[in-house]
Design a protein around this ligand. Structure first.
Ligand SMILES: NC(=O)c1ccc[n+]([C@@H]2O[C@H](COP(=O)([O-])OP(=O)(O)OC[C@H]3O[C@@H](n4cnc5c(N)ncnc54)[C@H](O)[C@@H]3O)[C@@H](O)[C@H]2O)c1
Length: 397
Protein backbone atom coordinates (compact mmCIF):
# COMPACT_ATOMS: atom_id res chain seq x y z
CA UNK A 1 0.00 0.00 0.00
CA UNK A 2 1.31 3.46 -0.90
CA UNK A 3 0.07 6.45 1.11
CA UNK A 4 0.18 9.68 -0.81
CA UNK A 5 0.04 13.41 -0.40
CA UNK A 6 -1.60 15.07 -3.39
CA UNK A 7 -0.47 18.61 -4.14
CA UNK A 8 -3.16 20.38 -6.17
CA UNK A 9 -6.85 19.57 -6.28
CA UNK A 10 -7.64 20.67 -9.83
CA UNK A 11 -8.15 18.96 -13.16
CA UNK A 12 -5.23 16.53 -13.14
CA UNK A 13 -5.21 16.05 -9.36
CA UNK A 14 -8.74 14.67 -9.59
CA UNK A 15 -8.02 12.50 -12.65
CA UNK A 16 -5.03 11.08 -10.76
CA UNK A 17 -7.08 10.55 -7.59
CA UNK A 18 -9.82 8.74 -9.53
CA UNK A 19 -7.19 6.44 -10.98
CA UNK A 20 -5.17 5.93 -7.77
CA UNK A 21 -8.22 5.13 -5.65
CA UNK A 22 -10.37 3.51 -8.33
CA UNK A 23 -11.13 -0.17 -8.87
CA UNK A 24 -10.71 -1.27 -5.22
CA UNK A 25 -7.16 0.03 -5.09
CA UNK A 26 -5.19 -0.47 -1.89
CA UNK A 27 -3.30 2.82 -2.43
CA UNK A 28 -4.62 5.87 -0.64
CA UNK A 29 -4.37 9.65 -0.73
CA UNK A 30 -4.01 10.53 2.95
CA UNK A 31 -3.24 14.23 2.59
CA UNK A 32 -4.33 16.97 0.18
CA UNK A 33 -2.71 20.38 -0.24
CA UNK A 34 -4.63 23.03 -2.10
CA UNK A 35 -4.30 26.80 -2.26
CA UNK A 36 -7.85 27.38 -1.06
CA UNK A 37 -9.13 25.67 2.09
CA UNK A 38 -12.59 25.09 0.64
CA UNK A 39 -11.09 23.21 -2.32
CA UNK A 40 -8.77 21.19 -0.08
CA UNK A 41 -11.68 20.22 2.16
CA UNK A 42 -13.89 19.28 -0.79
CA UNK A 43 -11.15 17.06 -2.21
CA UNK A 44 -10.60 15.48 1.24
CA UNK A 45 -14.34 14.78 1.52
CA UNK A 46 -14.56 13.36 -2.00
CA UNK A 47 -11.55 11.05 -1.64
CA UNK A 48 -11.60 10.33 2.10
CA UNK A 49 -8.26 11.99 2.93
CA UNK A 50 -7.26 12.23 6.61
CA UNK A 51 -5.60 15.63 6.26
CA UNK A 52 -6.36 18.72 4.21
CA UNK A 53 -4.19 21.78 4.35
CA UNK A 54 -3.24 25.03 2.63
CA UNK A 55 0.38 24.55 3.78
CA UNK A 56 2.31 22.62 1.11
CA UNK A 57 5.15 21.65 3.43
CA UNK A 58 2.74 20.31 6.04
CA UNK A 59 1.23 17.90 3.50
CA UNK A 60 4.67 16.70 2.40
CA UNK A 61 6.05 16.37 5.93
CA UNK A 62 3.02 14.38 7.20
CA UNK A 63 4.66 11.23 8.70
CA UNK A 64 1.95 9.02 7.20
CA UNK A 65 2.91 10.09 3.67
CA UNK A 66 5.17 7.71 1.68
CA UNK A 67 5.01 9.50 -1.65
CA UNK A 68 4.09 12.97 -2.93
CA UNK A 69 2.19 13.48 -6.18
CA UNK A 70 2.64 16.94 -7.72
CA UNK A 71 -0.41 18.18 -9.63
CA UNK A 72 0.32 21.91 -9.47
CA UNK A 73 0.80 24.55 -12.16
CA UNK A 74 4.18 24.34 -13.93
CA UNK A 75 5.79 27.23 -12.03
CA UNK A 76 5.27 25.41 -8.70
CA UNK A 77 6.81 22.05 -9.58
CA UNK A 78 10.32 23.05 -8.52
CA UNK A 79 9.31 24.42 -5.12
CA UNK A 80 7.34 21.24 -4.42
CA UNK A 81 10.17 18.95 -5.56
CA UNK A 82 12.68 20.78 -3.35
CA UNK A 83 10.41 20.30 -0.32
CA UNK A 84 10.18 16.57 -1.11
CA UNK A 85 13.99 16.45 -1.16
CA UNK A 86 14.14 18.29 2.15
CA UNK A 87 11.77 15.77 3.78
CA UNK A 88 13.21 12.79 1.84
CA UNK A 89 9.83 11.85 0.39
CA UNK A 90 9.43 9.83 -2.80
CA UNK A 91 8.05 12.14 -5.50
CA UNK A 92 6.10 11.75 -8.70
CA UNK A 93 5.28 14.81 -10.77
CA UNK A 94 3.03 15.61 -13.65
CA UNK A 95 4.32 16.88 -16.98
CA UNK A 96 6.18 18.99 -18.00
CA UNK A 97 8.87 18.46 -15.38
CA UNK A 98 10.05 22.08 -15.60
CA UNK A 99 9.20 25.24 -17.48
CA UNK A 100 12.59 24.76 -19.18
CA UNK A 101 15.61 22.45 -19.02
CA UNK A 102 17.40 24.59 -16.43
CA UNK A 103 14.57 24.08 -13.94
CA UNK A 104 14.25 20.42 -14.92
CA UNK A 105 17.98 19.81 -14.38
CA UNK A 106 17.88 21.46 -10.95
CA UNK A 107 15.02 19.13 -9.97
CA UNK A 108 16.78 16.08 -11.42
CA UNK A 109 20.01 16.84 -9.57
CA UNK A 110 18.15 17.54 -6.33
CA UNK A 111 16.23 14.23 -6.27
CA UNK A 112 19.37 12.28 -7.17
CA UNK A 113 21.38 14.06 -4.49
CA UNK A 114 18.63 13.39 -1.95
CA UNK A 115 18.49 9.75 -3.11
CA UNK A 116 14.70 9.73 -3.31
CA UNK A 117 12.42 7.75 -5.62
CA UNK A 118 11.34 9.91 -8.57
CA UNK A 119 8.77 9.32 -11.28
CA UNK A 120 7.72 11.44 -14.26
CA UNK A 121 3.98 11.17 -14.89
CA UNK A 122 3.93 10.98 -18.70
CA UNK A 123 0.65 9.14 -18.98
CA UNK A 124 0.58 8.90 -22.77
CA UNK A 125 3.37 6.32 -22.85
CA UNK A 126 1.17 4.15 -20.64
CA UNK A 127 -2.00 4.02 -22.74
CA UNK A 128 -3.07 0.49 -23.66
CA UNK A 129 -2.63 1.29 -27.36
CA UNK A 130 0.81 2.81 -26.84
CA UNK A 131 1.97 -0.15 -24.72
CA UNK A 132 0.93 -2.60 -27.44
CA UNK A 133 2.36 -0.48 -30.28
CA UNK A 134 5.62 0.03 -28.40
CA UNK A 135 5.93 -3.71 -27.68
CA UNK A 136 5.53 -4.36 -31.42
CA UNK A 137 8.24 -1.84 -32.20
CA UNK A 138 10.51 -3.41 -29.56
CA UNK A 139 9.96 -6.88 -31.02
CA UNK A 140 11.18 -5.65 -34.40
CA UNK A 141 7.81 -5.78 -36.17
CA UNK A 142 8.50 -2.42 -37.81
CA UNK A 143 12.21 -2.97 -38.47
CA UNK A 144 14.41 0.09 -38.05
CA UNK A 145 12.34 3.09 -36.95
CA UNK A 146 12.68 5.95 -39.44
CA UNK A 147 9.93 8.37 -38.48
CA UNK A 148 7.68 8.72 -35.44
CA UNK A 149 5.01 11.37 -35.36
CA UNK A 150 2.68 12.37 -32.54
CA UNK A 151 -0.12 14.90 -32.54
CA UNK A 152 -1.96 16.43 -29.61
CA UNK A 153 -4.34 19.22 -30.47
CA UNK A 154 -7.40 20.58 -28.67
CA UNK A 155 -9.31 23.85 -28.28
CA UNK A 156 -7.10 25.09 -25.42
CA UNK A 157 -6.55 24.45 -21.69
CA UNK A 158 -9.09 24.75 -18.91
CA UNK A 159 -7.40 27.10 -16.35
CA UNK A 160 -6.12 30.65 -16.48
CA UNK A 161 -2.51 29.92 -15.46
CA UNK A 162 -1.85 27.84 -18.65
CA UNK A 163 -2.44 30.99 -20.74
CA UNK A 164 0.01 33.07 -18.70
CA UNK A 165 3.54 32.73 -20.11
CA UNK A 166 5.27 33.33 -16.80
CA UNK A 167 3.35 30.67 -14.86
CA UNK A 168 3.13 28.10 -17.65
CA UNK A 169 6.61 28.66 -19.12
CA UNK A 170 5.33 28.33 -22.71
CA UNK A 171 2.29 27.68 -24.85
CA UNK A 172 1.22 24.51 -26.64
CA UNK A 173 4.82 23.49 -27.45
CA UNK A 174 5.53 22.97 -23.76
CA UNK A 175 2.04 21.92 -22.65
CA UNK A 176 1.33 19.37 -25.39
CA UNK A 177 4.71 18.95 -27.09
CA UNK A 178 6.08 17.34 -23.92
CA UNK A 179 3.71 14.39 -24.49
CA UNK A 180 4.53 14.14 -28.20
CA UNK A 181 8.30 14.30 -27.69
CA UNK A 182 8.27 11.52 -25.10
CA UNK A 183 5.96 9.36 -27.24
CA UNK A 184 8.10 9.69 -30.38
CA UNK A 185 11.34 9.39 -28.41
CA UNK A 186 10.05 6.13 -26.91
CA UNK A 187 9.29 4.68 -30.35
CA UNK A 188 12.70 5.74 -31.71
CA UNK A 189 14.51 4.54 -28.59
CA UNK A 190 15.08 6.44 -25.34
CA UNK A 191 18.80 5.63 -25.54
CA UNK A 192 19.09 7.38 -28.93
CA UNK A 193 20.24 10.96 -28.59
CA UNK A 194 18.02 13.77 -29.91
CA UNK A 195 20.48 16.09 -31.61
CA UNK A 196 18.66 18.99 -33.25
CA UNK A 197 15.23 20.54 -33.68
CA UNK A 198 13.49 22.58 -36.38
CA UNK A 199 10.22 24.16 -35.30
CA UNK A 200 7.57 26.50 -36.68
CA UNK A 201 5.23 28.14 -34.21
CA UNK A 202 2.80 31.02 -34.26
CA UNK A 203 0.04 32.66 -32.27
CA UNK A 204 -2.72 32.28 -34.82
CA UNK A 205 -5.92 32.77 -32.84
CA UNK A 206 -5.64 33.55 -29.13
CA UNK A 207 -4.75 36.97 -27.64
CA UNK A 208 -1.78 35.59 -25.70
CA UNK A 209 2.00 36.00 -25.64
CA UNK A 210 2.69 32.28 -26.04
CA UNK A 211 2.31 30.18 -29.21
CA UNK A 212 -1.04 28.49 -29.83
CA UNK A 213 0.05 26.27 -32.74
CA UNK A 214 3.34 24.57 -33.66
CA UNK A 215 4.92 21.85 -35.75
CA UNK A 216 8.40 20.55 -35.03
CA UNK A 217 10.95 18.02 -36.24
CA UNK A 218 13.43 16.36 -33.89
CA UNK A 219 16.48 14.74 -35.48
CA UNK A 220 18.05 11.76 -33.70
CA UNK A 221 21.68 10.69 -33.85
CA UNK A 222 20.85 7.42 -35.70
CA UNK A 223 19.11 9.32 -38.52
CA UNK A 224 15.54 8.79 -37.27
CA UNK A 225 13.18 11.75 -37.24
CA UNK A 226 10.54 12.60 -34.65
CA UNK A 227 7.68 14.98 -35.43
CA UNK A 228 5.26 16.79 -33.16
CA UNK A 229 2.10 18.64 -34.09
CA UNK A 230 0.47 20.64 -31.30
CA UNK A 231 -2.31 23.19 -31.09
CA UNK A 232 -4.53 25.04 -28.65
CA UNK A 233 -6.71 26.22 -31.52
CA UNK A 234 -7.93 22.89 -32.92
CA UNK A 235 -11.73 22.57 -33.08
CA UNK A 236 -13.52 19.29 -32.55
CA UNK A 237 -12.25 17.84 -29.26
CA UNK A 238 -9.00 16.19 -28.21
CA UNK A 239 -7.08 14.77 -31.15
CA UNK A 240 -4.43 12.31 -29.99
CA UNK A 241 -2.74 10.38 -32.77
CA UNK A 242 0.59 8.70 -33.40
CA UNK A 243 2.19 7.32 -36.57
CA UNK A 244 5.31 5.20 -36.65
CA UNK A 245 7.11 4.18 -39.81
CA UNK A 246 9.91 1.62 -39.99
CA UNK A 247 11.76 -0.30 -42.67
CA UNK A 248 9.45 -3.30 -42.14
CA UNK A 249 6.14 -1.79 -41.13
CA UNK A 250 3.84 0.98 -40.00
CA UNK A 251 1.64 1.71 -37.00
CA UNK A 252 -1.19 4.24 -36.81
CA UNK A 253 -2.73 4.86 -33.41
CA UNK A 254 -5.79 7.00 -32.75
CA UNK A 255 -6.28 7.30 -28.99
CA UNK A 256 -9.30 9.53 -28.51
CA UNK A 257 -11.56 10.57 -31.39
CA UNK A 258 -13.46 8.14 -33.62
CA UNK A 259 -12.02 5.07 -31.97
CA UNK A 260 -15.07 2.93 -32.62
CA UNK A 261 -17.60 4.41 -30.14
CA UNK A 262 -19.97 6.83 -31.84
CA UNK A 263 -23.19 8.17 -30.33
CA UNK A 264 -25.94 10.55 -31.45
CA UNK A 265 -27.99 12.58 -28.98
CA UNK A 266 -30.17 15.66 -29.14
CA UNK A 267 -28.35 16.78 -25.96
CA UNK A 268 -30.84 15.64 -23.31
CA UNK A 269 -28.34 13.54 -21.32
CA UNK A 270 -25.23 14.26 -19.28
CA UNK A 271 -23.08 17.31 -20.04
CA UNK A 272 -19.71 15.54 -19.96
CA UNK A 273 -18.75 13.42 -22.95
CA UNK A 274 -14.92 13.19 -22.85
CA UNK A 275 -11.97 15.48 -22.10
CA UNK A 276 -12.11 18.66 -24.23
CA UNK A 277 -15.21 17.52 -26.14
CA UNK A 278 -16.75 20.68 -27.55
CA UNK A 279 -20.35 19.54 -27.73
CA UNK A 280 -22.80 17.28 -25.93
CA UNK A 281 -25.24 16.92 -28.80
CA UNK A 282 -25.17 15.60 -32.34
CA UNK A 283 -22.80 12.81 -33.27
CA UNK A 284 -20.31 12.35 -30.43
CA UNK A 285 -17.20 10.28 -29.80
CA UNK A 286 -17.31 9.23 -26.14
CA UNK A 287 -14.38 7.40 -24.55
CA UNK A 288 -15.17 4.11 -22.83
CA UNK A 289 -12.82 4.27 -19.85
CA UNK A 290 -10.99 7.57 -19.91
CA UNK A 291 -8.68 6.82 -16.97
CA UNK A 292 -7.47 3.70 -18.70
CA UNK A 293 -7.44 5.06 -22.26
CA UNK A 294 -5.29 8.00 -21.12
CA UNK A 295 -2.82 5.67 -19.42
CA UNK A 296 -3.34 6.77 -15.82
CA UNK A 297 -4.03 3.26 -14.47
CA UNK A 298 -0.98 1.63 -16.04
CA UNK A 299 1.14 4.64 -15.09
CA UNK A 300 0.32 4.51 -11.37
CA UNK A 301 0.63 0.74 -11.37
CA UNK A 302 4.20 1.12 -12.70
CA UNK A 303 5.04 3.94 -10.26
CA UNK A 304 3.79 2.15 -7.13
CA UNK A 305 5.10 -1.24 -8.19
CA UNK A 306 8.59 0.18 -8.79
CA UNK A 307 8.47 2.07 -5.48
CA UNK A 308 7.57 -1.08 -3.55
CA UNK A 309 10.18 -3.19 -5.34
CA UNK A 310 12.89 -0.54 -4.98
CA UNK A 311 13.36 -0.29 -8.76
CA UNK A 312 12.89 2.56 -11.23
CA UNK A 313 9.61 3.19 -13.04
CA UNK A 314 9.55 3.44 -16.83
CA UNK A 315 9.48 7.26 -16.66
CA UNK A 316 11.77 9.13 -14.31
CA UNK A 317 12.85 12.75 -13.81
CA UNK A 318 15.72 12.17 -16.25
CA UNK A 319 13.13 11.64 -19.03
CA UNK A 320 11.44 14.89 -18.06
CA UNK A 321 14.81 16.66 -18.30
CA UNK A 322 15.47 15.26 -21.82
CA UNK A 323 11.99 16.34 -22.93
CA UNK A 324 12.49 19.86 -21.57
CA UNK A 325 15.86 20.07 -23.37
CA UNK A 326 14.27 19.09 -26.71
CA UNK A 327 11.50 21.64 -26.22
CA UNK A 328 13.97 24.41 -25.32
CA UNK A 329 15.64 23.75 -28.69
CA UNK A 330 12.20 23.94 -30.35
CA UNK A 331 11.61 27.37 -28.83
CA UNK A 332 15.04 28.55 -30.00
CA UNK A 333 14.37 27.19 -33.50
CA UNK A 334 10.97 28.84 -33.83
CA UNK A 335 12.72 32.16 -33.18
CA UNK A 336 15.88 31.61 -35.25
CA UNK A 337 14.09 29.66 -38.04
CA UNK A 338 17.14 27.36 -38.08
CA UNK A 339 17.92 23.82 -36.90
CA UNK A 340 18.95 24.30 -33.27
CA UNK A 341 21.09 21.81 -31.31
CA UNK A 342 19.56 20.03 -28.30
CA UNK A 343 21.74 21.07 -25.38
CA UNK A 344 21.99 17.94 -23.26
CA UNK A 345 24.99 18.27 -20.98
CA UNK A 346 23.87 15.16 -19.07
CA UNK A 347 23.33 12.42 -21.70
CA UNK A 348 23.01 8.86 -20.41
CA UNK A 349 22.24 6.93 -23.61
CA UNK A 350 24.27 5.65 -26.55
CA UNK A 351 26.89 7.88 -28.11
CA UNK A 352 28.61 8.08 -31.50
CA UNK A 353 25.81 6.53 -33.58
CA UNK A 354 25.62 7.13 -37.31
CA UNK A 355 22.91 6.58 -39.89
CA UNK A 356 22.96 2.95 -41.13
CA UNK A 357 23.97 2.23 -44.75
CA UNK A 358 21.23 2.30 -47.39
CA UNK A 359 22.95 -0.38 -49.51
CA UNK A 360 20.98 -3.66 -49.61
CA UNK A 361 22.85 -6.51 -51.30
CA UNK A 362 21.02 -8.16 -54.26
CA UNK A 363 23.84 -10.08 -55.96
CA UNK A 364 27.56 -9.66 -56.56
CA UNK A 365 26.99 -6.82 -59.05
CA UNK A 366 23.84 -5.11 -57.79
CA UNK A 367 22.16 -3.48 -54.82
CA UNK A 368 18.39 -3.84 -54.42
CA UNK A 369 16.26 -0.70 -54.52
CA UNK A 370 12.83 -2.34 -54.58
CA UNK A 371 10.68 -5.15 -55.94
CA UNK A 372 7.03 -5.02 -56.94
CA UNK A 373 4.45 -7.44 -58.31
CA UNK A 374 2.46 -5.73 -61.08
CA UNK A 375 -1.22 -6.17 -61.94
CA UNK A 376 -0.17 -7.73 -65.27
CA UNK A 377 1.73 -10.59 -63.63
CA UNK A 378 5.32 -9.44 -63.96
CA UNK A 379 7.57 -9.03 -60.95
CA UNK A 380 9.81 -6.00 -61.36
CA UNK A 381 13.10 -5.50 -59.61
CA UNK A 382 14.75 -2.09 -59.46
CA UNK A 383 18.50 -2.51 -59.00
CA UNK A 384 21.59 -0.35 -58.78
CA UNK A 385 24.80 -1.45 -60.50
CA UNK A 386 27.57 -1.46 -57.91
CA UNK A 387 30.34 -0.21 -60.17
CA UNK A 388 28.60 2.27 -62.49
CA UNK A 389 25.89 3.40 -60.03
CA UNK A 390 23.39 3.06 -62.90
CA UNK A 391 19.78 2.23 -61.97
CA UNK A 392 18.35 -0.69 -63.95
CA UNK A 393 15.18 -2.80 -64.10
CA UNK A 394 14.92 -6.58 -64.14
CA UNK A 395 11.60 -8.23 -65.00
CA UNK A 396 10.73 -11.71 -63.75
CA UNK A 397 7.76 -13.36 -65.48
N1 LIG B 1 -2.28 14.50 -19.10
C1 LIG B 1 -1.54 15.13 -18.23
O1 LIG B 1 -0.52 14.59 -17.89
C2 LIG B 1 -1.95 16.47 -17.71
C3 LIG B 1 -3.20 17.00 -18.02
C4 LIG B 1 -3.56 18.25 -17.48
C5 LIG B 1 -2.64 18.95 -16.69
N2 LIG B 1 -1.41 18.40 -16.44
C6 LIG B 1 -0.42 19.13 -15.62
O2 LIG B 1 -0.90 19.17 -14.28
C7 LIG B 1 -0.50 20.39 -13.64
C8 LIG B 1 -1.75 21.06 -13.09
O3 LIG B 1 -2.65 21.27 -14.15
P1 LIG B 1 -4.24 21.18 -13.94
O4 LIG B 1 -4.80 20.94 -15.28
O5 LIG B 1 -4.60 20.24 -12.86
O6 LIG B 1 -4.54 22.66 -13.50
P2 LIG B 1 -5.76 23.19 -12.62
O7 LIG B 1 -5.77 24.65 -12.76
O8 LIG B 1 -7.00 22.43 -12.92
O9 LIG B 1 -5.35 22.78 -11.12
C9 LIG B 1 -4.20 23.32 -10.52
C10 LIG B 1 -4.24 23.14 -9.02
O10 LIG B 1 -3.19 23.92 -8.47
C11 LIG B 1 -3.72 24.94 -7.64
N3 LIG B 1 -3.04 26.21 -7.86
C12 LIG B 1 -3.15 27.03 -8.91
N4 LIG B 1 -2.36 28.11 -8.74
C13 LIG B 1 -1.75 27.96 -7.57
C14 LIG B 1 -0.85 28.76 -6.84
N5 LIG B 1 -0.40 29.90 -7.32
N6 LIG B 1 -0.44 28.30 -5.66
C15 LIG B 1 -0.87 27.09 -5.19
N7 LIG B 1 -1.74 26.32 -5.85
C16 LIG B 1 -2.18 26.73 -7.04
C17 LIG B 1 -5.18 25.09 -8.01
O11 LIG B 1 -5.92 25.60 -6.95
C18 LIG B 1 -5.52 23.64 -8.37
O12 LIG B 1 -5.73 22.90 -7.20
C19 LIG B 1 0.25 21.18 -14.71
O13 LIG B 1 1.64 21.00 -14.56
C20 LIG B 1 -0.21 20.58 -16.03
O14 LIG B 1 0.72 20.67 -17.08
C21 LIG B 1 -1.07 17.17 -16.90
Amino acid sequence: MVRLAMLGSGFIGRFYADSIQGLRSKDKIVSIYSRRESQAKKFADDYGCDQYTTDMEAAIANPNVDMVCISLPNNLHEEAVMLCCKHKKAVITTKPLGRNAIEAKRMLEAVERAGIFNGYLEDLVYTPKFIKAHASVQSGALGRILWAKSRETHPGPHSEWFWDLEQAGGGCILDLGCHCVEITRSYIGKDIKPVEVMCWSDTQVKPIEAEDHAIGLVKYENGAIGQFEVSWTFRGGLDLRDEVMGTEGTIWVNSFLRTGFEMFTTGKGADYVAEKAESNSGWLFPVGDELNELGYNHMFFDMFDAFEKGTKPREIFYDGYVVNSVLDAAYRSSKSKMWEPVQLDDWRGQVGLTKPSTLVEYDADHYLIKEEMTHYGEKKLILKEKISGKIVEKVII
